[in-house]
Design a protein. Structure first.
Length: 201
């Protein structure tokens, strides 16, 4: 069976183009290291976000990651898809099996909402407000940042148990719909505004 894992690989600190900096601090590097450790040999499609002036992977960052791909023997298993617009991201997510977010820093990543909304099991790092979006062990797995061993272990667990994916997916979608549906949020905001405004006189 061919598994496709969508991995978001933006790390704003890496636009400097220093290869060694890429190796030390990039969540992108951990995608590749993780792929190398997973025995099932999944296909990883790395989707870049706005990391450079062309709104894709900066050439220096992409070059460093492609070099590491060769060093790890992952040719043919990793595809650097580049930047995607909103419709393309949705299409990529619907075609994927799993979603991996290896960030070393985040706030409230919208991409996790998108992955949850289409019912993808998720492996992500415990940064920012990620736990507000992903329920560890329920809709996916939340692992320590920079911990390739735990990331690959969580990914391996999912790959070995594809029968569990629908349950993870349903849980993730239900959580996003319950807490982040735009219509529901607007209703709550409107109610709050009315409450704060008080009764009309």
């Amino acid at each position: 069976m061919r598994f496709v894992i969508i991995a978001a690989i933006l790390s704003a600190a890496l636009v400097s183009g220093k290869t060694e900096e890429v190796r030390k601090s990039s969540g992108s590097v951990r995608v590749l290291q993780c792929a190398g450790k997973v025995e099932r040999g999944p296909t990883v499609e790395a989707v870049g976000a706005r990391a450079g002036p062309a709104h894709g992977l900066a050439d220096d960052l992409r070059g460093a990651l492609e070099q590491l791909t060769v060093e790890l023997g992952l040719q043919g298993r990793v595809c650097f898809a580049g930047a995607r617009n909103q419709d393309q991201v949705a299409e990529e997510l619907r075609a994927a099996s799993l979603f991996l977010l290896p960030s070393v820093a985040e706030a409230l990543p919208v991409v996790l909402m998108e992955a949850g909304a289409v019912g993808l099991p998720v492996v992500c790092t415990d940064v920012g407000s990620v736990r507000e979006l992903v329920q560890d062990g329920v809709s996916g797995f939340v692992v320590p940042p920079r911990d390739v061993e735990q990331m690959s272990s969580a990914l391996e667990r999912l790959l070995l148990n594809p029968g569990d994916w629908p349950a993870y997916g349903r849980a993730g979608r239900a959580h996003i719909e319950r807490h982040y549906d735009i219509e529901a949020l607007n209703d709550r905001l409107e109610a709050l505004c009315r409450e704060l405004a008080g009764p009309r006189r």
